[in-house]
Each structure stands twice: as structure tokens, then as C-alpha cells.
Design a protein around this ligand. Structure first.
Ligand SMILES: O=P(O)(O)OC[C@H]1O[C@@H](O)[C@H](O)[C@@H](O)[C@@H]1O
Length: 306
């Protein structure tokens, strides 16, 4: 059987690789694969994007499309970096949705990997905004993955920035999952034309879902319970006052790298800073960090939130 990366899923390709660090071409994207005692991590140089994280003995925590558009298009899955604006540009709708970071070329500036985890520092190869520095720190500590995206305004002008770490979490079936931890938060429902509402104590995915939720910085973790795989994911956020929850439902038919055959395999829970709830202007010389982490919880774990 041919296990070329063009005919097999990235997950299968990586699971067949030896321990260590490997460069891999996948549908025109340059990837770096790390395999160690703690598990597997795959980084894409396009977008500075974590594509795969699988702690040893677990299923992958992140979902990745099996029908990638191919380089240099943005990759759907893993954790795209949306920066320096989230969603549509507020004044120039012709500009790319979710900013320019996810389609830029990034480099690995520093890395340290050992048997317990690793730490990687990435930055765009070329500045994406004059005078602005952007750095992504990726940390694996055992079975936990953390990302911290730091913006430093080294220009002579204040910088308006919104952003998201747009995590695609792998699930057995989105209809078998629920999201806890956002009860009573204010939200805007994008599917209903940004209609304001309040989040329920448990959110289920029964149709297209696209919610921008006002969730205070450093609040309790969001818990994603997967009743199919009997797994919980604990998702934290720091440095942003918004959490975005997205699954396209039937709208996936019109999204080439999702489609109805893949739409139930993921749920997005995004750590964000949005113009709806926590717009930010970064003063000259100021630094801001948006961070998120994910780790596995035993199932069931509802009582941990009650
Ligand atoms: O297709 P894109 O540009 O990657 O965006 C995916 C989704 O990203 C989410 O963050 C938005 O809330 C959705 O509205 C959007 O559809």
C-alpha cells in the first residue's frame, strides 16, 4: 500500500514515521514533524500553524482537513493564527478574512524538545505590518498544548488589532458533543445577523453555529465534552475577552475543504479578541499576548464545573 503523504491522511503518515524531527511536504505545504515520547506535533511554515497534536496514547486533539486546498491557500484545521484582524476587515471588506498571518510564511526561530515536551518560537519571515513584531510561542508539556501569540508595537503609530487562535478540535461527531463553561455570557449570533443573546449552560451543535461570546479574560476554562469518544477537553484562554464557537453545519456543503463528509468531525472554540467585545488599540511600544491551551480531561467531568 502506498503511504505517500498525498494519498493518505497526515495523521496516518505521521504515525508511520520514526521518532525525531522530520521535514515533510504535504499538498505543497512545508511541514515539520516532531515525534517524541510525549507524542506527535506537526507545524506548518505557512501560517505558523500547529496542524496536529497527538499526546501519546490519545487520539489527536486537533482536526485537520483531508481535502486541503493546497499551498499557498490557508490550511483548514489545527490552530490557524487570525491576525491582525478577526473575521472581515472592519473598513476594507475586500481584504482577506481573518487577516494576513495565516497565509504568510513563518520560520522557527528557536526550539527545544525533550522527553517531557518542547517549546518552539515562530515568527513571520517578513514583517506583516511596518514596525510590528509578532511571535508565536508553542509549548508542549506532557499532554498539554499551549500557544501564546505576542504582538509588539514597535512602530510610531498606535495599532488597532483584533485576533484569534482559531482552534479546530477533533471530535467523534459534533452532534455528540457539548460545550460547558460559557453559561450566561453575552453573545452575538452570526448565523442570525449578529443577533444578541445569552449563552446556555450547555451548548449543543444541532445546526450551523457561529457565536461570538463575551467571556472575560482569564475566566474558568471551557470544557468540550465528547460523548462519542468519552473524552473531555479543557480549553483555556488568556489575553482576550471573546470566545468564538463555530461549526458550519449544513453550510459546509459550500466549503470545499470541509464538505458534508467532514463537518461533524470538528468543533471550533477560538480564543479571541474581537471588535465586538474587546477591541484593542496597542499604544506605541506596548506588547499584548493572546494565549490558549488544551488538555484532556477524564470523562465525565461535568461536576468539575458545578
Ligand atoms: O472560512 P474561514 O475564513 O477560515 O472562516 C471560518 C469561520 O471562522 C470563524 O471564526 C467565524 O466566526 C466564522 O464566521 C467563519 O466562517
Amino acid at each position: 500500500m502506498d503511504h505517500s503523504p498525498f494519498q493518505d491522511s497526515l495523521e496516518n503518515t505521521v504515525s508511520g514515521m520514526a521518532m525525531g524531527c522530520h521535514a515533510l511536504q504535504w499538498n505543497g505545504y512545508e511541514l515539520i514533524v516532531y515525534k517524541a515520547l510525549w507524542g506527535e506535533l506537526v507545524l506548518s511554515l505557512l501560517g505558523g500553524q500547529v496542524l496536529l497534536f497527538r499526546p501519546a496514547g490519545e487520539k489527536p486533539l486537533l482536526w485537520l482537513t483531508e481535502k486541503p486546498a493546497g499551498a499557498p491557500a490557508a490550511i483548514r484545521g489545527g490552530i490557524p493564527v487570525c491576525w491582525p484582524w478577526f473575521a472581515e476587515h472592519p473598513e476594507k471588506p475586500e481584504l482577506p478574512k481573518h487577516g494576513v498571518a495565516r497565509t504568510a510564511r513563518w520560520q522557527i526561530d528557536d526550539q527545544h524538545v525533550d522527553d517531557a515536551g518542547g517549546r518552539w518560537l515562530m515568527s513571520p519571515e517578513r514583517s506583516l505590518c511596518d514596525g510590528i513584531q509578532l511571535q508565536l510561542e508553542i509549548t508542549v508539556a506532557g499532554a498539554e498544548l499551549s500557544l501564546a501569540l505576542t504582538t509588539t508595537n514597535g512602530s510610531d503609530q498606535p495599532l488597532a488589532v483584533t485576533q484569534a487562535l482559531h482552534s479546530y478540535f477533533a471530535v467523534s461527531d459534533s452532534r455528540e458533543t457539548e460545550i460547558l463553561g460559557l453559561a450566561d455570557c453575552r453573545c452575538l449570533d452570526k448565523v442570525q445577523g449578529m443577533q444578541p443573546g445569552v449563552m446556555p449552560s450547555s451548548l449543543r451543535f444541532t445546526a450551523e453555529t457561529d457565536l461570538v461570546v463575551e467571556q472575560a479574560d482569564n475566566s474558568e476554562a471551557v470544557v468540550l465534552i465528547d460523548h462519542g469518544w468519552k473524552r473531555g477537553l479543557r480549553i483555556t484562554k488568556r489575553g482576550g475577552g471573546s470566545t468564538v464557537v463555530w461549526n458550519p453545519g449544513a453550510a459546509a456543503e459550500n466549503i470545499g475543504d470541509v464538505g458534508m463528509d467532514q463537518v461533524a468531525r470538528f468543533v471550533c472554540v477560538e480564543a479571541a479578541r474581537t471588535r465586538f467585545f474587546d477591541d484593542q488599540t496597542l499604544a506605541v511600544g506596548a506588547t499584548q499576548t493572546l494565549a490558549t491551551s488544551v488538555s484532556v480531561l477524564p470523562y465525565p467531568q461535568r461536576d468539575q464545573l458545578e
